[in-house]
Design a protein. Sequence first.
Length: 235
Amino acid sequence: MKQKEITLNTPHKENGHVSPEDIGNDHIGTGFETPMKADAFAISEEEKMKKIEFHVQEIMETLGLDLNDDSLQGTPNRVAKMYVEEIFSGLNPANKPKITLFENRYQYNQMLVEKDITLYSHCEHHFVPIFGKAHVAYISNGQVIGLSKLNRIVQYFAKRPQVQERLTVQIAKELQSVLKTEDVAVLIDAKHLCVSSRGVNDSNAATVTSFYGGKFQDENTKQEFLKYVELGTEY
Ligand SMILES: [Zn+2]
């Protein structure tokens, strides 16, 4: 039943759907939008937490854990709250950061790079952490954004079950939309615990994904961005 739901919500279902078996361990993203059910917000956050708490308890009991133990007793509730209010809160559009733009009064028309943004997300295939750094840049189209909003946009999309490729594109498209310019770059350098702590158990592997829009497709502009990202931050 669960598998059927996943398949039905895959955006590419018309041109031959991708089944969970096809995805396997290979981390193939199936679309740019996060696949959501039509009734995703039919129940309240509180009801979601109650349901999740119940099911986490079922999982723990199935694993043979004794939920009468003091240490385990509160886990189903803690996991439910963490899913809904923290690590998957970016599924709810109500939590999308409100962006105010300011007039670019300084006539600063070079690129602005916000680098080393701390990134915590979760792999949608295993629900284990993805962590690393995001670097984003844009060239102003006459308006500028508060710097912390760049971090907030990254964090909003990170707080979803993700594949790194989709996360990269979602951040880039949102920046293009709010900044009203194609001239946006996003680079994500991250480790996936599903690769480093299980499966192939490769703790050194990191995954790099990038998006270059507009002027950033120009080789010199792209190289300038990459040079800034490489600069040390010991200051
Ligand atoms: Zn994974």
